[in-house]
Every structure is written in structure tokens, then in C-alpha cells.
Design a binder for this molecule. Structure first.
Ligand code: TMP
Length: 219
């Protein structure tokens, strides 16, 4: 008997600081002896990584962008996420469908009804028992002007990072909307604080659910 798989996703606007906390959680789950799959969207398979390169860098219209995000997701679910959950892994996934609703839906203004239809098709479980959704989504909530300051000059921006603050304001509203639609699935971590304070909030969410043991205080 292996433990039940856990599907955890991480969201936030560009510059919200997800990466270090995802890496720290991966270490914590490995230390607890759990099988771990660390992955990201768009990406996570050879095909989906090719689609990532296109969607982050090539000009395209919003429908094409949404279709490529879901095409990458379909391959990722089939090749990586569903098999990992079936063998009992903890799957830590840097972004998933909430990002499509926030970026393509709210950010670009693309039709949410079409996104909901694509979500139904792409996330149908292999055993036809409904939709695959994350067990928990950690939303790193950072004010867009703070994120913009953090990102300034950091690297050559891709098609999303190059967007103005007003775009990220809409993206943040999109995340808030997704949380309002399914609050039990989300933990919102206010991220305009020190890395240590953010990590404390992240770790506490996992301890509260019994997924990690409380960290030992240093002797
Ligand atoms: P990353 O830089 O956090 O890896 O994310 C890549 C970019 O892709 C980021 O700017 C958000 C964007 N994105 C979407 O627009 N829609 C999506 O569905 C996903 C997964 C990412």
C-alpha cells in the first residue's frame, strides 16, 4: 500500500517569489520519505516544454495562447501528473489551470466560458470519475507594483513579464476570483513580507492538513 497521491499547485503573478518555497517544500517532503514529483506549467514534458518556449516568446492571438496552454497541460497530465499520483507521489506543480484563468482570462480578457469548456475536456480523469483538480493551491499574493520592482532588470522579460502593472492587477483579480469560486482548495499567502515569514505561512498550511510534521525547534 502506498500513500494517496497529493496534487499541490503554486500560483501568483510574475515576481511573487514562488520558486524558493517550492524547493523548500520539496526538501521537506523528501525528508519525510515521500515520493516526489517536482514539475511546472507550461512544461513538464518534452512536448509541453516546446509549447512553453513558443507561448512565452512567439506572437499569437489569445485563443491560440489559451489552446497551447491547455495542449501543454493535457500532455503533462497524461505523461507525468496522473502516473505520479497513481503511484502515490506528492506532485508539486509550479502553476496550473488557475494561471490560465488569471492570465488568459482576466489578464488578456479571453472568454471564460471557453476556458471552462477546455478545463472540462483537458482535466477529465483517466478513470472518468470527474475532473482532476489540485488538492491544494498555494497562492502567493503580492501587490503588482511590488512584484514589478522585484522583477525590474532581473532578466530579459518574456511576453508575460513584459506586461504593464495594470495587466498584473487584472491577473491578481483573476486569482482572487478563482479563490472565491473554490475557497476550500486555496491557501492565500500574503507575500509582501520577508522570505522567512512567507515560508512560515506556507509550511503552516501543510502542517495544518497533516501533510508535514511540525518542524523541530533547534535544540
Ligand atoms: P513561470 O515564469 O512562473 O514559469 O510562468 C510562465 C509564464 O506563463 C508566467 O508569466 C505565467 C504564464 N502562464 C499563463 O499565462 N497561463 C498559464 O496557464 C500558465 C501555466 C502560465
Amino acid at each position: 500500500m502506498h500513500p494517496a497521491g497529493l496534487f499541490i499547485t503554486f500560483e501568483g503573478i510574475d515576481g511573487a517569489g514562488k520558486s524558493t518555497h517550492i524547493a523548500a517544500l520539496a526538501d521537506a517532503f523528501r525528508a519525510a520519505g515521500r515520493g516526489l514529483t517536482l514539475t511546472r506549467e507550461p512544461g513538464g514534458t518534452p512536448l509541453a516544454e516546446k509549447l512553453r518556449d513558443m507561448v512565452l516568446n512567439d506572437a499569437m492571438d489569445p485563443l491560440c495562447e489559451a489552446l497551447l496552454m491547455f495542449a501543454a497541460r493535457r500532455d503533462h497530465l497524461a505523461q507525468v501528473i496522473e502516473p505520479a499520483l497513481a503511484r502515490g507521489d506528492v506532485v508539486l506543480c509550479d502553476r496550473f489551470t488557475d494561471a490560465t484563468f488569471a492570465y488568459q482570462g482576466s489578464g488578456r480578457g479571453f472568454d471564460l466560458t471557453v476556458l471552462r469548456q477546455l478545463e472540462q475536456w483537458v482535466q477529465a480523469r483517466p478513470d472518468a470519475t470527474g475532473l482532476r483538480q489540485p488538492d491544494l493551491t498555494v497562492w502567493f499574493d503580492l501587490p503588482p507594483d511590488v512584484a514589478a520592482q522585484r522583477l525590474a532588470g532581473a532578466r530579459v522579460p518574456d511576453r508575460f513579464e513584459a506586461q504593464p502593472v495594470a495587466f498584473f492587477q487584472r491577473v491578481a483579480e483573476g486569482y482572487a476570483q478563482r479563490l472565491a469560486e473554490d475557497p476550500a482548495r486555496f491557501v492565500r499567502v500574503p507575500s509582501d513580507r520577508s522570505k522567512e515569514a512567507v515560508w512560515h505561512g506556507v509550511r503552516a498550511a501543510f502542517e495544518q492538513r497533516g501533510w508535514l510534521q511540525p518542524a523541530q525547534a533547534p535544540a
